[in-house]
Design a protein around this ligand. Structure first.
Ligand code: MN
Length: 408
């Protein structure tokens, strides 16, 4: 499996589904009698994830590990950290998972560490992913002679895209399949978020994400892409079969707001809610186009979200960054106090900015106000410039809720 991105979603319902999917995955692995599990990177969404997510996942991993089986992992681009320990290292030290392909240099060449799985005798090695596909260089330095001298059933695991399978909308810097070291029996890939299964003398398989809690992946899932993992068997010939564990059914809708007023968009959204069956579904709605009149902030997405939730939708992923007002007008407001004027201006402007993040879109005026309040805090008596900067900066980061992002 690959690209689990555990903890990517902050929505409680999706979190629960994510965890259930992980649980089902490992239960299925035990039912099928697998010897081990291999994860081709992006086990967690960030290198230092929410500890609640770690605890819940470790509980599931340990149930599997307690049966004498191992979980092998390489870093993905998301759980790799260039300057700090990643949760992957902690779990590796603790014996929850086993990191594969730890790099060493022999004679100027890269020799990734080889691990032998005791249950099956399979040899595992590979190259971890890094941010911005920096691991590409590792493929150039690879000690291919050493790798081809290894004897036994060999698996190469990597977290890098292949240029030859890249679609137009996919942005990754990949390698060619010919850059992979030769002579392995199976190539376990991660990083491309869809299912790919090709044969270049040996199987090269990207299972795609196990669960999709956000963004474009979620859109693909509700449009019908199936999610799960592969069970690979060697019976003289390598067989890889997909296990479908798609966690939710979904619904995808588009609304072209071109030449509509904001109030008629509201009407259309109401009609949409009445028309669709969203019970126990994840809903992805794309609203786009240039309004003929009114502001984008006058489109009542909060009411739309509420109405869908009332009809039983699990979650709404709203894509509205291509919705535009006719023009961005200068804002004229009046008020008694500066704070009142400030609030009015922020509210007016909130709808004119394109934002991807749901929290920013729906609460941007409040957030901007809170941020301004923090940035306005004066320097304390005797406080050094550096301390002051750190205090105000820290408070701003807290308000924005981007602590993890800043650390990453
Ligand atoms: Mn990924």
């Amino acid at each position: 499996m690959a690209d689990l991105h555990l903890g990517a979603t902050s929505d409680p319902k999706l979190r629960e589904l994510e965890l259930k999917t992980l649980e089902r995955t490992f239960e299925r692995c035990m039912e099928e009698g697998v010897d081990f599990v291999l994860i081709a990177g992006d086990l967690f969404h960030v290198n230092i994830p929410d500890l609640g997510v770690v605890r819940d996942s470790v509980r599931i991993f340990m149930k599997f590990v307690a049966t004498g089986r191992r979980i092998y992992v390489v870093y993905g681009s998301h759980d790799f950290s260039p300057n700090a320990a990643s949760i992957i290292d902690i779990l590796d030290e603790a014996g929850v998972i086993v990191r594969v392909g730890k790099p060493s240099s022999v004679g100027g060449r890269l020799r990734p560490g080889v691990v032998k799985d005791e249950r099956s005798g399979v040899l595992l090695t590979g190259i971890s992913g890094r941010r911005a596909s920096l691991e590409k260089e590792a493929f150039l330095d690879l000690d291919r002679e050493y790798l081809s001298s290894l004897e036994g059933f060999k698996i190469f695991v990597f977290h890098t895209g292949l240029d030859e399978v890249r679609r137009e909308n996919e942005r990754f810097e990949g390698i060619a399949s010919s850059d992979l070291p030769r002579g392995f029996d199976y190539y376990a890939g991660g990083h491309i978020h869809r299912r790919i299964d090709i044969n270049k003398g040996a199987r090269i398989v990207y299972p795609g994400p196990l669960f999709t809690g956000w963004g474009a992946d979620m859109e693909a899932t509700v449009k019908g892409e199936r999610r799960g993992f592969y069970i690979v068997e060697d019976g003289g010939e390598v067989k890889a079969r997909f296990v479908d564990l798609t966690a939710f059914e979904g619904l995808y809708e588009e609304l072209d707001a071109t030449a509509l007023s904001s109030s008629s968009v509201n009407e259309k959204l109401k009609v949409l809610v009445q028309r669709v069956d969203v019970k126990d579904k994840v809903v992805v709605v794309k609203v786009f186009g240039e309004l003929s009149s009114g502001r984008t902030s006058e489109v009542d997405f909060a009411a739309f979200r509420d109405a869908l939730t009332k009809k039983g939708a699990i979650y709404l992923h709203l894509s509205r960054n291509q919705l535009r007002a006719k023009e961005v007008m200068a804002v004229t407001v009046s008020g008694e106090e500066s704070s009142e004027i400030e609030e009015k201006v922020l509210k007016e402007l909130a709808g004119t900015v394109k934002l991807k993040n749901a929290r920013l879109r729906e609460g941007s005026a409040g957030l901007a106000k809170d941020l301004l309040a923090q940035l306005r805090v004066a320097k304390r008596e005797g406080e050094t410039e550096g301390d002051y900067e750190a205090r105000v900066g820290g408070a701003a980061v807290d308000v924005l809720g981007i602590k993890k992002l800043m650390e990453g």
